[in-house]
Design a protein around this ligand. Structure first.
Ligand code: SD4
Length: 318
């Protein structure tokens, strides 16, 4: 390793890697490549956990979280709980480039997106409707559904403090190997410009309004052209407490090689949450890269994609 340009992304989302790479080859910037790569997954619904039609919340709605960061200027644009807009990373980029803000959320983010010309579209599909109905039939029934499903027995909200623990057990299922797969991508351009981004539909059956790690700078991803870039995937509710992407970049800044930086990040989280599901990828300014995950019995290997000039195609590593 140590060659530029470099594209690295979470999970075996080969199409996203190729899209980012081709964008660079066509003269795109590192930011353009990250946007293109993440957008590829939004269009192609990578693993059902990026873009429309996946991870319905308790009410059955799919909502999107995304961010993009420019490591030259340290600007960030992000959207969270974005509704009825498919191209979340595109909107995140507009937040970065057309506002002085960093993060827009919910219906207001939708309104902003519409102003910027993004089409308002239904994000539910037959797949997400099915997932939701199946979940409703044997999990709790949000209050909303009690009118729709007469024999709804168990109810979710309102989430009174005394019920938090119980609620946690039957809703917002723990993110595991079966409900993962955010795309997180780091691109380093030929001249050393580092950009990073993420896109996800978050956690299955989340409480409406839940926002994960992916749209949070330093959590979902981070880029600083003077030190490196990183991105994270996994149980965002846990991971965002540790700003893993920021931490990985800071470890590299002080001289750790990328693999060690990722491992140290994972072990810091492990100390408090030994069973957490998650992984981090990172790359330093020279184009060296690394990754680490929390090795669990049901999740022994984390796969990611790499593309650099010595390869004629993207390579899957673990
Ligand atoms: C989230 N981090 O919303 C995302 C989900 C994910 O692999 O990455 N799963 O918590």
């Amino acid at each position: 390793s140590g060659l530029l340009p470099l594209v690295i992304n979470t999970w075996p989302f080969r199409g996203a890697t190729v899209a980012a790479w081709q964008n660079l080859q066509a003269g795109g910037s590192a930011l353009d490549a990250v946007e293109e790569g993440c957008a590829w997954c939004e269009t192609n619904q990578c693993d059902g956990s990026v873009g429309f039609g996946g991870s319905p919340d308790e009410y059955g709605e799919t909502t999107l979280d995304s961010m993009i960061m420019d490591g030259n200027t340290m600007k960030v644009g992000a959207v969270a709980d974005l509704r009825r807009i498919k191209n979340a990373v595109g909107v995140a980029r507009k937040v970065m480039e057309h506002t002085k803000h960093t993060l827009l959320v919910g219906e207001s983010a939708t309104q902003f997106a519409e102003c910027m010309g993004f089409p308002n579209e239904e994000l539910s599909t037959n797949t997400s409707r099915f997932l939701h109905l199946e979940w409703l039939s044997h999990k709790c029934q949000p209050n909303f559904w009690k009118n729709v499903i007469p024999d709804a027995s168990k109810s979710c909200g309102p989430y009174k403090p005394s019920r938090v623990l119980k609620q946690h057990l039957h809703t917002s299922e723990k993110i595991n190997i079966h409900s993962h797969d955010t795309i997180g991508m780091v691109v380093i351009g030929k001249t050393g410009h580092i950009a990073a981004g993420t896109s996800t539909n978050g956690a299955k059956f989340k409480i409406p309004g839940r926002v994960g790690d992916s749209p949070i700078a330093g959590a979902g991803s981070y880029a600083d052209s003077t030190a490196g870039g990183a991105a994270a995937t996994g149980d965002g509710d846990i991971m965002m407490r540790f700003l893993p992407s920021y931490q990985a970049v800071e470890y590299m800044r002080k001289g750790d090689d990328p693999t060690l930086a990722c491992r140290k990040v994972i072990s810091r989280i492990q100390k408090y949450y030994p069973e957490f599901f998650g992984a981090v990828i990172c790359a330093n300014t020279t184009g060296s890269y690394g990754a680490a995950c929390n090795k669990l019995p049901e999740f022994s290997q984390f796969h990611f994609m790499i593309y650099h000039p010595l390869q004629s195609q993207p390579i899957e590593e673990k």
